[in-house]
Design a protein around this ligand. Structure first.
Ligand code: PLP
Length: 397
């Protein structure tokens, strides 16, 4: 894996040295079960609670408002299921979300639809934003929950979360946000944002995989998600992953303390890459430029397949990702790009580059050289591009 340029940080990040070092003792020495009454257990319990307090500090809330989970997907599932059950108890079975949420949210909602809930999917416009006004218009007396992501994982657009929270608060509707792409990357203060529930995941900010958290504001009912022991105040059973929680806390502290400096550096790199790649004819930037995650670039190149682009970039030592994720075995283009109104054939030729502070200007140079070369090559062998050039097919971008 030498000399690979890793530009897929929205998928996952490398664990930081400090987080890894913090985690190590928990694999061997500090192995106690926090539920045990003896000293070995109680030491683990103390460290777990210190980690909870640290995560709470980083987010601006109280430790008792933090529930550790196995990651972002679980936090999303728990938040949505809990609010749905609470709503149903009061006869409220309507939920509002956006068309381009992460599948952890969308698939949970699809399931709830089968269970008799009605879901409104707000359109996100061609630039990838929803407005508080849209949410306000969609709220009904039967609305149990609004769930809108803080920042989109594919196109990086940041939503007006505080404004949406205000609309929800005024209407007395629970508001959850999937902040997995936001936490550690842009300032997130749960009290200032005014959200009721918020999901985060450690591996998106240089913490370990398999750990995340759900912030649930005091007073907002939270249902038990995993039945069993009384861990996480009875809301999520299972022996706690103490080392991972400790490492997540460390990674989050570092991400928050370095945020301003890293974001400035990333925005510079991002904008340079966007401007450079837009010079490729018939290319477009997906998602708006304003209110965009510092490390996110998402482009479409007409006449090519995202898959081929990825494979050839990989051969050149560049790890990126495509919206037309065929990892699921489906050939459908990304639901996010379709939600932005892109035609299927254009959405197929997408490229997501997502950077972290460990990327360098040399990485950017290499990308700015490799992508145009690969796009040109793929177009030279593309029958679709040939049709476009010969006028047998109309350019869409
Ligand atoms: C990665 C991601 C998730 C899932 O988090 P896991 O910890 O991998 O389960 C959920 N939502 C968004 C927006 C993500 O980017």
């Amino acid at each position: 894996m030498d000399k690979m340029i890793y530009a897929d940080n929205a998928a996952t990040t490398a664990m930081s040295e400090r987080a890894a070092k913090a985690m190590l003792p928990y694999l061997t020495q500090i192995f106690g079960n926090p539920s045990s009454l003896h000293t070995v257990g109680q030491i683990a319990k103390e460290e777990l609670e210190k980690a909870r307090a640290s995560v709470a500090r980083s987010l601006g809330c109280e430790p008792r408002e933090i529930y550790f989970t196995s990651g972002g997907s679980e936090a999303d599932n728990q938040a949505i299921r809990s609010a749905a059950e609470t709503g149903a108890g009061k006869g409220k079975k309507h939920i509002i979300t956006t068309a381009f949420e992460h599948h952890a949210v969308l698939h949970t909602l699809k399931k709830l639809e089968k269970e008799g809930f009605e879901v409104t999917y707000l359109p996100v416009g061609s630039y990838g934003y929803v407005t508080a006004e849209q949410v306000k218009q969609a709220i009904r007396p039967s609305t149990a929950l609004v769930t809108v992501m803080y920042a989109n994982n594919e196109v990086g657009t940041i939503q007006p979360i505080a404004e949406i929270a205000e609309v929800c608060r005024a209407a007395g509707v629970t508001f959850h946000t999937d902040a997995v792409q936001a936490v550690g990357h842009i300032p997130v203060d749960v009290k200032a944002a005014g959200v009721d529930m918020l999901s985060l995941s450690a591996h998106k900010f240089h913490g370990p995989k398999g750990i995340g958290a759900l912030y649930c504001r005091r007073g907002v009912p939270l249902r038990t998600f995993i039945e069993g022991g009384a861990q996480e105040r009875g809301k999520r059973a299972g022996t706690e992953n103490v080392g991972a929680a400790v490492a997540m806390a460390v990674a989050l502290e570092d991400a928050v303390s370095g945020l301003t400096e890293n974001a400035a550096k990333l925005v510079k790199m991002r904008d340079r890459i966007i401007d450079g790649l837009l010079k490729i004819p018939h290319s477009r930037l997906n998602g708006g430029r304003e209110n965009r995650l510092p490390g996110n670039v998402n482009m479409c190149f007409e006449g090519i397949e995202g898959e081929s682009l990825l494979l050839l970039l990989n051969e050149k030592g560049i790890c990126a990702s495509s919206g037309s994720a065929c990892t699921s075995g489906s050939l459908d283009p990304s639901h996010v790009l379709l939600a932005l109104g892109l035609p299927h054939e254009v959405a197929h030729g997408s490229l997501r580059l997502s950077f972290s502070e460990s990327n360098t200007e040399e990485d950017a140079d290499a990308i700015l050289k490799a992508v145009p070369e690969v796009v040109e090559y793929l177009r030279s062998i593309s029958p679709v591009w040939d049709d476009l050039v010969k006028g047998r097919r109309k350019h869409l971008i």
